[in-house]
Design a protein around this ligand. Structure first.
Ligand code: UDP
Length: 477
């Protein structure tokens, strides 16, 4: 199947969430940069609208990426929702069905059109919550791959849970430890909180388990991690699944020339100039990703903790993302005046750039997987403030395995509001003293390892190249 451009056409389908759009788009740019590939990035129309409002170039015409003739283009599809009103997280079950029904229909038409127009699709890649794309691929007899956007440890956890391979916390024994092969023992509040018997988020549990239904179908599972970071878990799980670590994707994607192609769903506030004015390693960056919202009491405690610690800070608060479940609280009256030049509060930051800025000393993070990878590969220690899901596992690894973090909280299972004293103490510990020095040293070690993984000939670079070569080979068979 030759395309009219003479390029292999790889078609990417993203679930509409910032945490999935970012890694998939980064992967798309990396693949295109390998040369002779046309990548189409596709997602529901609401995403196209948000990316475009945020200032990204999302043209349906192919745009060159890198200098080896690769291209990327965008094509958004109807998911059955009003593209201006997408706000579904309260009823994810309903939305997932709607997305599958409308998405399947729309993508069938799109794939057919590409065949008719001389750009047949040679491979489909989707993120976990849209793995029904594999069924579509089967129907069209097109190879299908997946991009796993959490850690390999979490992949292993879902696999062992779904197949009842080791004991997990149950209603009878809710507090037992979990021991999976090639992984450290996880306490009951360190496995993805959605797998806990008393999770208040049953719909998320169903969705996470549901996503695994099709996981044996892709011929390759590209994973946003890197070999050196999760050596044992990757080795073990890749005996069972065709897992290939290709991360950290943002590090790899930084090298390309298509840098005006960003996956941001909100326009980033300008804070880099402010960071430029600060001394090296003097600013604490605080952000809880695109989904977690903070209740009023927590915002108040966090604000006073930050204030009392005396640190300089950049805090992402009150962002109006479409996926935020609850309303975020407001800063105490007079807080900003009291803080003055010492702090800056924004609604959305250019996080990848912030984390690589020399002024940043540490990252108070909810430990979403993208944020975790971005911190690790930028050499920035983490004050872990996990909320739910895989974030609690990531926090455990940051502290005990990679040794670049301290936990300010253990997640929602702890069932307490973190007080201002906890915040103050954690910030002081992470920014000065023996622990801070040790964490920074380890963080720089991971940064180096990440750089080596994505450099030409590194473990992730080789895996991407092998993947692209394989797709090209499959095309001619
Ligand atoms: N992000 C950003 N600016 C912000 C907050 C977050 O660019 O102010 C990006 C961040 O770099 C990451 C993504 O949004 O790539 C969030 O993904 P993550 O997996 O960390 O958390 P989620 O939002 O899925 O909970």
């Amino acid at each position: 199947m030759a395309s009219k451009h003479g390029l292999v056409h790889i078609f990417l389908v993203a679930f509409p969430a910032q945490g999935q759009v970012n890694p998939l788009l980064r992967l798309g740019k990396l693949i295109a940069s390998k040369g002779n590939v046309l990548v189409t990035f596709s997602a529901p129309k609401s995403i196209g609208k948000k990316m475009s409002n945020a200032g990204a170039a999302v043209s349906s015409d192919p745009t060159p990426v890198g200098n080896r003739g690769g291209m990327i283009r965008f094509e958004f599809f109807d998911d059955g929702c009003d593209e201006d009103k997408y706000d579904q997280p309260h009823d994810l079950d309903t939305y997932l069905s709607l997305l599958e029904a409308h998405g399947t229909k729309a993508l069938k038409e799109i794939i057919n059109n590409h065949t008719l127009n001389g750009s047949p699709v040679s491979c489909l890649i989707s993120t976990p919550w849209v793995l029904w794309v594999c069924d579509l691929a089967q129907e069209f007899n097109i190879p299908c791959a997946a991009l796993w956007v959490q850690s390999c440890a979490c992949f292993s956890t879902y696999y062992h849970y779904q197949n009842s391979l080791v004991p997990f916390p149950s209603e009878e024994q809710p507090d037992i430890d979990v021991q999976m092969p090639s992984m450290p023992v996880l306490k009951s509040d360190e496995i993805s909180s959605f797998l806990h018997p008393f999770t208040p988020h049953m719909f998320l549990k169903r969705s996470f388990i549901g996503q695994f239904k099709n996981i044996s179908k892709p011929f390759c599972i590209l994973a946003e991690t890197f070999q050196e970071l999760e050596e044992d878990a990757i080795k073990y799980m890749s005996q069972i699944f065709p897992i290939r670590a290709v991360g950290p994707l943002f590090k790899g994607a930084l090298h390309d020339t298509g840098s005006n192609i960003s996956g941001d769903l909100l326009k980033a506030d300008d804070c880099l100039e402010w960071l430029d004015s600060k001394p090296d390693s003097s600013v604490v960056y605080i952000s809880f990703g695109s989904v977690v919202s903070m209740k009023q009491e927590l915002v108040t405690e966090m604000a006073y903790g930050v204030l009392n610690s005396g640190v300089s800070f950049l805090w992402v608060l009150n962002m109006k993302t479409t996926t935020t479940i609850d309303k975020t609280g407001e800063l105490p009256k007079g807080f900003l005046e009291e803080v003055g030049e010492r702090g800056m509060v924004v609604q959305w930051s250019p996080q990848a750039k912030v984390l690589t800025h020399p002024a940043v000393s540490c990252f108070v993070s909810h430990c979403g997987w993208n944020s975790t990878m971005e911190a690790l590969s930028s050499g920035v220690p983490v004050v872990a403030f996990p909320h739910r899901g895989d974030q609690v596992t990531n926090a455990k690894y940051l502290e005990d395995v990679w040794k670049v973090g301290i936990r300010m909280s253990r997640g929602e299972a702890e069932n307490r509001v973190i007080g201002r004293k906890d915040v103050e103490e954690c910030l002081k510990e992470a920014t000065s003293g023996v622990k801070a020095v040790e964490m920074k040293k380890n963080a720089l070690k991971w940064k180096k390892a990440a750089e080596e993984a994505v450099a030409e000939g590194g473990s992730s670079d080789r895996n991407i190249q092998e993947f692209v070569d394989k797709v090209k080979k499959l095309r001619v068979q």
